[in-house]
Design a protein. Structure first.
Length: 573
């Protein structure tokens, strides 16, 4: 086999290697074995000990001892440690001239040990022809339970065994030969460093810390935290290092839990516009090169810490019911979740670490009450052929008698009302919203129970774009929904053709004053524009009370009616 340094091992010392006892080996003198060579003689580690020292020199393998095929040499020394409380233990291992194997087990006798943690891992090259190799980490980290006994085994790896070396120019005329270079077996002095982090006060749900208020900010840590028996996997997160908080909702609405501050939503507003900015999409293509074998890839890399938040109702671990917290999936709020809260209900909030990792994080709790246009009767008016509405649907509800929600929504709706100034196709999009693919529905009717759905078309490749045919003077009720339960900021743009209306006549009042009369429908809002150079400039607006609208203008010298135009921009009820 090959050593890590690339040398060939032709002969091994007399011990069990790769699970096979080699009988055809050179006899070596007997040397004193470590005091804790056998499992029965393992050395206890005191609770307050920060480190222990020992050696693997002349350590042996005993029947029933765990061995990792292809890695362990069987030169094992043993220690034992009892957890004083729930928490997390971190062990660091260092060897003089070699990298020891470190493994932690539970069990009181050989061979009935169960592995808890190990510092070896498999690393493979990108090019599969280059193969895989065992590697050792510097230590291990594992959750412990109060009173549990942990057996710590330190072994010398075959891949770091330097007891035999390939040498040249050995006596007897031999140019090359594998020789025994030391009078002891491979493996020397080792030092084990221990760090025990006891579980925090609120490790268990029964000792959850109370929170209060609509907006709360605390700094929290799950260092040393563990998972209780029967505790749910928060958001499906494996393992567990959770701490608990308890919060009673002072009002109904949408609650967000985040590691960074949640800004308050601005009150809903609407405004007209006559232009839309276009955004461009740039794609960055990366390239790289490596060695023939490519990068070496850890097949089981240690998980990286990030916070995991979840919420439940219930007063004990075995009675917890998920509050259906959903991951926001927003770049500005990584790892944040939100759920619907009901006034007076107590929620149990868990902060866990990804895959059992621990760390410190701010915890922001923000309760958002429904927007003013949550109820159909409080819908907000939109004006204009080109108009924008902003707001939010966090905390939104589904009212009685409200039409059934679209397929990809749970029915949380907020409402707007818009009267079409002209006939024709109308486009609605949610560009700039937190969830641009949220469904939008359009209705006619003035009461929830008599709403009629307006046929609309949604782009297959752009779910946030909806279009429908409008009739001038008709009022449309527009509902924006949650996206599979997700709610947040809304920016809704509505775009209809700004139709130019024909000039009826021009009445000149002297040399510098004229009256321009344009066709219009009653209640249409007309915008007069003046051509200056190559662009149209807004002059003023007027509302038609009959079927025409008049504008008084002072044309510049040489200008005629062709330098003016009238555009329908709104319908005023």
């Amino acid at each position: 086999m090959k050593s890590e340094k690339g040398g060939d091992f032709g002969v091994f010392h007399c011990s069990k290697i790769l699970g096979i006892v080699l009988l055809s080996c050179c006899a070596t003198p007997a040397f004193a074995q470590p005091a804790n060579d056998s499992f029965a003689n393992r050395i206890p580690i005191a609770v307050d000990q920060a480190s222990v020292s020992g050696t693997l020199s002349n350590a042996t393998f005993e029947a029933g001892e765990p061995i990792i095929e292809g890695v362990s040499s069987g030169q094992t020394a043993w220690w034992t440690w009892t957890a004083p409380s729930n928490g997390i233990m971190t062990l660091e291992i260092d060897g003089t001239g070699f990298n020891p194997l470190l493994a932690v087990y539970q069990g009181s006798e050989l061979p009935n040990l169960s592995l808890v943690a190990s510092n070896i891992f498999l690393s493979c090259y990108e090019d599969t022809e280059c193969g895989c190799h065992w590697r050792e980490r510097t230590g291990v980290r594992f959750h412990v339970a109060q009173g549990a006994v942990y057996q710590i085994g330190v072994d010398s790896a075959v891949i770091t065994d330097s007891g035999w070396e390939y040498q040249t120019g050995v006596g007897g005329g031999l140019e090359n030969q594998v020789v025994h270079t030391t009078n002891v077996l491979a493996g020397g002095a080792v030092q084990l460093t221990l760090h025990f982090q006891p579980a925090p006060q609120n490790d268990d749900l029964a000792h959850a810390i109370l929170l209060s208020g609509k907006r709360k900010h605390i700094n929290t840590s799950n260092a040393g935290a563990t998972r209780e028996a029967g505790e749910p996997l928060h958001l499906g997160n494996p393992s567990g290092s959770s701490v608990w908080y308890s919060w009673k909702a002072p009002a109904s609405g949408r609650v967000t839990l985040s590691a960074n501050e949640i800004e308050q939503y601005a009150e809903p507003v609407t405004y007209s516009t006559f232009g839309f900015s276009l955004s461009s999409l740039s794609v960055i293509v990366g390239s790289g090169s490596g060695s023939f074998c490519g990068d070496e890839i850890d097949q089981s890399p240690p998980p990286k810490f990030y916070p995991v938040f979840a919420a439940y109702t219930g007063s004990s671990v075995d009675s917890l019911v998920s509050a259906n917290a959903l991951e926001l999936g927003l770049e500005d709020y990584p790892h944040a979740v939100s759920f619907d809260a009901v006034r007076g209900t107590t929620y149990q909030i868990a902060f866990d670490g990804n895959a059992g990792t621990t760390g410190n994080t701010p915890l922001y709790l923000a309760l958002t009450k429904p927007a003013s246009n949550d109820a159909f009767k409080h819908r907000l008016k939109m004006h204009g052929a080109r108009t924008i509405a902003t707001g939010y649907n966090a905390g939104a509800t589904h009212e009685a008698n409200e039409p059934a929600a679209p397929a990809n929504s749970t029915g949380k709706s907020v409402w707007w009302s818009w009267t079409a100034p002209v006939n024709g196709l109308v486009w609605i999009n949610l560009d700039g919203s937190d969830y641009e693919s949220s469904p939008v529905s359009v209705f006619t009717g003035s009461k929830l129970k008599n709403l009629t759905t307006v046929p609309s078309i949604t782009r297959t490749n752009s779910p946030g774009y909806t279009s429908f045919e409008a009739v001038a003077g008709h009022t449309y009720q527009i509902a924006t929904y949650d996206l599979n339960g997700l709610t947040g900021k809304i920016k809704m743009s509505l775009w209809a053709e700004a139709v130019e209306t024909p000039l009826v006549n021009q009445m000149n009042l002297g040399q510098t004053l004229s009256i321009l009369r344009f066709n219009a429908l009653p209640k249409q809002k007309i915008l007069l524009q003046h051509l200056k150079g190559e662009s149209w400039k807004n002059v003023r607006t007027a509302v038609a009370h009959q079927r025409t609208v008049n504008f008084m203008v002072r044309p510049a010298a040489g200008e005629g009616a062709g330098n003016y135009r009238a555009v329908v921009v709104d319908y005023i009820r």
